[in-house]
Design a protein around this ligand. Structure first.
Ligand SMILES: [Zn+2]
Length: 242
């Protein structure tokens, strides 16, 4: 029965009991088409083949559930020929790529193209954290020495301790090739600086070894990979002795 409120209008408000039961139904898992999220935040009401690929993309650095979903759906719109080629590239990635026994970079040959190049000065070694940093320095086209890839930087919070890096191989290389200069080409951020301090202490003990680091132009906290070529070139030329 409709009631008339104090204002004179028909009171169409739902009884409190009915409103609360509506909210409970809305929030319950029986609500149709309700999106559910798994522990890692990914939606889990996709078909299994889609969900599996989303979960695999989430394992990669910098990819969250939303990005993973976007990538998987963009793949669904690609022609089958692209997907087959993409799958083959993934399957063969580790078959074709190996580690250069000298610089520890990923390569299809051992030694890699740079280490095998007789024009390169093996007595000057630029130590970088990741292969991407080496590529960034190579783009300048001015460096004639070789590289050493540490495979990361010292970062105890992330569980990266010196023994996890290729420091032992670096020391062996210095001795075997009678290296005259080590250029510390690490990012000027906290882990990069920590690594450079560690390496400086270690390498200072070796007599006759010149120790330098990239200097001018690189702002504190920056990433070598994203530095422009002019800035990197300036940093390489302006390296200072430690
Ligand atoms: Zn190499």
């Amino acid at each position: 029965m409709k009631s008339v409120s104090a204002t004179g209008f028909l009171d169409l408000r739902l009884p409190t009991k009915r409103v609360s039961s509506f909210i409970i139904n809305l929030a319950s898992s029986s609500w149709p088409n309700r999106t559910r999220y798994s522990a890692n935040g990914a939606m889990r009401n996709y078909p299994p083949s889609i969900q599996k690929l989303i979960n695999q993309f989430i394992q990669l650095p910098g990819i969250g559930p939303k990005t993973a979903e976007r990538l998987v759906f963009s793949l669904l719109y690609q022609p089958q020929s692209f997907l087959t080629e993409f799958g083959t590239s993934l399957a063969q990635l580790k078959d074709k790529i190996l580690r250069c026994g000298q610089c520890q970079n990923f390569s299809e040959t051992d030694p890699c193209e740079i280490c095998a190049n007789p024009q390169r000065n093996k007595k000057v070694v630029c130590v970088v954290g990741r292969p991407q940093d080496m590529v960034a320095l190579e783009k300048i086209g001015e460096y004639e020495g070789v590289y050493h890839i540490l495979g990361g930087v010292i970062d105890p919070l992330e569980g990266v301790t010196p023994d996890k890096l290729t420091i032992k191989v670096l020391l062996e290389r210095i001795k075997a090739n009678n290296v005259s200069e080590i250029i510390l080409g690490l990012n000027p951020d906290m882990p990069g600086e920590t690594t450079m301090i560690y390496l400086t202490k270690l390498l200072k003990q070796l007599t006759g070894l010149k120790l330098t680091r990239l200097a001018r132009g690189l702002p504190v906290g920056s990433d070598l990979e994203y530095a422009d070529e002019v800035t990197l070139s300036s940093a390489l030329k302006g390296r200072r002795e430690l």
